[in-house]
Each structure stands twice: as structure tokens, then as C-alpha cells.
Design a protein around this ligand. Structure first.
Ligand code: GRF
Length: 192
């Protein structure tokens, strides 16, 4: 991938559906001088996604896209991405599965953060599964997005130890702290 010069940051869109803690963290990261990305657009499929407030606070353009008709939704998104010359997409708690066609158009330029040590526990309820299976470790992964859910090449992972008294909530909290570290680190790894 093209190396960033420090002067020209890669125009980036972040897709969210909910709380947006990773979005908040990515905005903080992108505001740093040595960040290879600049967030120019936030897309949400939910109009009441809490994370939208972080875009508003940082005066980043945000768009709510209704996914009832996925074809139309993706067409609208593609129009926006082209208009704003976006060439990198970070999914951060985005709960919609993008079509093969859409992903093909941004091949190698869409990444996602997933709260498990992939390839273990693709999909939802990852922490519950890790606890129920008595796993010693949980964690998170940043990976390239391909047409197959949570299956693209892994860019970076971080482990956390599961303690006997961990609950889904306590584990999610511990993993989220690692998410904050690896999402920016993975982006740096791609562009440096
Ligand atoms: C995170 O745990 C992330 O790994 C997963 O969805 C959650 C999103 O949280 N993909 P937030 O919206 O960034 O707070």
C-alpha cells in the first residue's frame, strides 16, 4: 500500500452502528501529527447510534444510511466515498455485512476490528463463547475485510487473560482497552 508522507494523510471513512468507542479512539489517533489517516466521513446505518456524537464534536461529516435496501444503501455510500475521495475504510462496530461487490471495489482498503482472537469466534457474542468454553485467553483482532465474515487476513491481535471471576462485561471492558491499542497500531502497520 502507498506509503504515507506525513503531509498527505489517507482520506478515511469510519462505519459505525452503535456506541462508537473505537470511533472516538480513531478520531483521537487521526488528529495526531504522525497518524497516516485523516477521518473525513462517518457513516452509520442507525440514526440514533451513540457514536455519532463523536463525529459531531470533531466536526466530521456524518451520514446516516438506511440499509433496508442494501443495494441502494451501498450505492449511496459509494457516491459519498467517491465524492469525498475516500480511499480507506475502518469498520468499527458496524453491524451490517457489506456485499461482495462493494468489498471488491475497496479491495485491501477495508479493515475491521473484531473482539476475539480470530479465527476463533467469528460473528457475535464472542466473550460469552470464550467464557463458556473455559478459554484461558480472549482478545481482539484487526483484519482486512473480505466477502467471508471475519475471515480476511489478520493485521494485528492482542490477547488478554480470562480470570475465573470474569463476566462478559468485565471481559469486554478488558478487551476494549486492547482494541484501543491495536486499531491505531494496525493502521500504522499498513501505512508505514
Ligand atoms: C467492539 O467490541 C468491536 O470490536 C466490535 O464491536 C464493538 C464496537 O464497539 N466490532 P464501539 O461501537 O466501538 O464502542
Amino acid at each position: 500500500m502507498k506509503k504515507s508522507t506525513g503531509l498527505k494523510k489517507v482520506k478515511t471513512a469510519v462505519f459505525i452502528s452503535g456506541r462508537g468507542r473505537n470511533l472516538k479512539n480513531l478520531i483521537k489517533f487521526s488528529n495526531k501529527k504522525n497518524s497516516p489517516i485523516k477521518i473525513n466521513l462517518v457513516i452509520s446505518n442507525k440514526k440514533n447510534a451513540k457514536g455519532l456524537k463523536f463525529a459531531k464534536k470533531s466536526r466530521i461529516e456524518k451520514k446516516i444510511i438506511n440499509f433496508t435496501n442494501m443495494k441502494i444503501a451501498e450505492k449511496k455510500i459509494l457516491y459519498l466515498l467517491n465524492k469525498k475521495k475516500i480511499n480507506f475504510i475502518c469498520l468499527a462496530g458496524f453491524m451490517k455485512i457489506l456485499s461482495k461487490n462493494f468489498i471488491k471495489k475497496f479491495k485491501g482498503k477495508i479493515i475491521n476490528i473484531h473482539p476475539s482472537l480470530l479465527p476463533k469466534y467469528k460473528g457475535l457474542n464472542t466473550h460469552k463463547k470464550a467464557i463458556e468454553n473455559n478459554d484461558k485467553f480472549a482478545g481482539c483482532s484487526v483484519h482486512f475485510v473480505t466477502a467471508k465474515l471475519d475471515s480476511g487476513k489478520i493485521i494485528m491481535q492482542k490477547k488478554v487473560k480470562i480470570k475465573k471471576n470474569d463476566t462478559v462485561i468485565s471481559l469486554a471492558k478488558k478487551v476494549l482497552e486492547k482494541e484501543y491499542l491495536i486499531y491505531p497500531a494496525a493502521i500504522k502497520k499498513i501505512y508505514n
